[in-house]
Design a protein around this ligand. Structure first.
Ligand code: GDP
Ligand code: MG
Length: 166
């Protein structure tokens, strides 16, 4: 059996970059413009000897107006419902933003099984953001760099016990 992992989080934290790294193909659109991916994308992920389904969720423009925020919320809720576990990404360089708190709230309300990760944690620029991520109350953040492929070993070890449930 296998499991489904949904990558969730506000636009521009690196969800699609991580998705592409796990799937090994450029299935999700990644762009320097926040929010190029417009829907949910599914791919077959491999991480070490683990095989699972990964969902890249809800990359929309920065949710400045209510309708966008609503759409982002609905897409994220759908991803959570499809997934066995959610990988909640925040941006270690930007630190925790009000938008991250909104996503944390959605995950709590949906009672999602959450793995927290602070992405863009390569180098020293992410250190403050990693510490801030503890304040979300969703456990210890994994330090990730989707772009540089760092922290994937820790993600792997976190996913092992989850994979054994399925
Ligand atoms: P999404 O909107 O959450 O899907 O984010 P994207 O994957 O499109 O990435 C948004 C931007 O962050 C792009 O410019 C990426 O190159 C950049 N990015 C993604 N991962 C990392 C990382 O680990 N470190 C740094 N420094 N930049 C990253
Ligand atoms: Mg994206």
């Amino acid at each position: 059996m296998t499991f489904t992992l949904a990558i969730v989080g506000r636009p521009n934290v690196g969800k699609s970059t991580l998705f592409n790294r796990l799937v090994g193909k450029k299935l999700a659109l990644v762009d320097d413009q926040p929010g190029v991916t417009r829907d949910l994308r599914e791919g077959d992920a491999r991480l070490g000897d683990l095989r699972f389904t990964v969902i890249d969720s809800a990359g929309l423009e920065e949710a400045t107006d209510n309708s966008l925020q609503g759409r982002m919320r609905r897409l994220t809720e759908r991803a959570v419902e499809m997934a066995d576990v959610c990988l909640f990404l925040v941006d270690a360089r930007a630190g925790i933003t009000p938008s991250d708190e909104v996503f944390a709230d959605i995950l709590r309300k949906k009672n999602a099984n959450v793995i927290l990760a602070a992405n863009k944690a390569e180098g020293r620029a992410g250190e403050g953001g990693v510490l801030e991520a503890y304040s979300l109350g969703l456990g210890d953040p994994i330090r990730l760099s989707a772009e540089h492929g760092e922290g994937l070993d820790e993600l792997y070890h976190t996913l092992i016990p989850i994979s054994e449930q399925f």
